[in-house]
Design a protein around this ligand. Structure first.
Ligand SMILES: [Fe+2]
Length: 367
């Protein structure tokens, strides 16, 4: 990408095409103390109050700066590298971390270790990169006192509180209102598909584990749905198109969301999976369409539940797992509550927490 000048017009040349940069676009980006707040980089002026008839009286390039005089009397030096960065349409921090597809063969994944000054450390940066690559990460040695999970969440960003509270205790109890609070196995699922937006990231912190079963299970929804696309394109298509009603009802609230099981982004790439087959209600469609939908959902469920894609591991006390609830499915194996206590605490955070922290640490360590 090169910035070029011709007769007081500014062009960008990406090697294949050369286009003029709108003078107003440059005028909005004037730099320097009188125009931009140093710390926040927020504008000290409102560009909507400027005349739309901005033109450039004079422009020149000196080393890495574009010097521009505009016809409203304002002059500024703009950093060429900063301008070039804006021509990348994608997010340059998060989207540049490539997702690694994985299945049951996943091995040698790095666990992280809680330490002093953890949240401001290079280790935290590496942890977040690993999280975006694999969709989950395990951190050892996290304090287990005083619902520390909430402090952990708030040290990365902010807890996403739901109507279940700031955090929840996962242990078997009498008369449970959800299968999570029994000792039964839990098939792979995503949490809270009935919320809008769905909580992005789940944290699960192991406080006590005195049982021989109760392994945590994870499945990469990204890998599975990409495989489905390759092997069963018709199934994939209908599952990305049909919006299903997910519902949660209790005395105080009725939560509902109408969304596909596989949601794609504006480029038709993977965005999010939702899977919780006890809560989904497909709308009435033509019989042939429903035939295809039910076959597709069954196949997807078989894949999510197959040994081929699932990893299993045991969380030990002080282990905290952070997983992407838009990408991964999670579950657990059965355990015997008579063997002793199994106690986990969970809470949610959203992507603004992890993204904000990662961008900050990148800036801090100049990465
Ligand atoms: Fe869950």
């Amino acid at each position: 990408m090169k910035i070029e000048l011709h007769e007081n017009k500014v062009y960008f040349n990406n090697g294949t095409e050369k286009k003029e940069i709108h003078p107003f676009w440059l005028r909005e980006r004037v730099d320097g103390e009188e125009f931009v707040d140093k710390g926040t980089q927020q504008r000290l002026f409102d560009p909507t109050s400027l005349s739309n008839d901005i033109i450039i009286n004079k422009a020149s390039i000196h080393e890495e700066f574009l010097e521009v005089n505009f016809n409203d009397g304002i002059s500024s030096k703009l950093n060429l590298n900063k301008i070039a960065l804006e021509f990348s349409k994608e997010d340059t921090v998060i989207k540049s971390i490539e997702k690694t597809k994985w299945d049951s063969g996943l091995s040698n994944i790095k666990n992280f270790e809680y330490q002093d000054n953890f949240y401001e450390s290079k280790e935290m940066h590496d942890l977040l990169v690993s999280f975006y690559r694999f969709g989950f990460v395990v951190i050892k040695n996290i304090p287990t006192t005083k619902n520390y999970i909430v402090e952990f969440a708030n040290s990365i960003g902010s807890v996403r509180r739901t109507n279940f509270g700031e955090y929840f205790d996962v242990k078997s109890k009498p008369d449970p209102n959800d299968l999570a609070y029994t000792s039964l196995a839990l098939a792979p699922h995503t949490d809270n598909p009935y919320r809008n937006p769905v909580p992005c990231i789940q944290l699960l912190h192991c406080i006590e584990s005195k049982v021989s079963g109760g392994y945590s299970t994870l499945v990469d929804g990204y890998t599975v749905t990409e495989d489905l696309k390759k092997s069963y394109p018709d199934y994939y298509k209908i599952l990305t198109e049909v919006k299903v009603r997910f519902k949660f009802i209790d005395k105080e609230v009725i939560l509902e969301s109408l969304c596909p099981l596989i949601e794609l982004d504006e480029h038709k790439n993977f965005k999010q999976v939702r899977f919780s087959p006890r809560l989904d209600f497909v709308p009435i469609l033509d019989k042939e369409e429903l035939d295809l939908y039910y076959q597709a959902r069954k196949k997807l469920s078989e894949m999510y539940n197959s040994d081929k894609y699932r990893i299993e591991f045991k969380l030990a006390p002080k282990d905290l797992m952070m997983m992407d609830n838009h990408r991964l499915l999670h579950g657990r194996t059965v355990y015997d509550a008579n063997e002793g206590e199994r106690f986990l605490q969970g809470c949610y955070i959203d992507y603004d927490s992890t993204e904000g922290k990662l961008r900050h640490l990148k800036r801090k360590f100049n990465l």
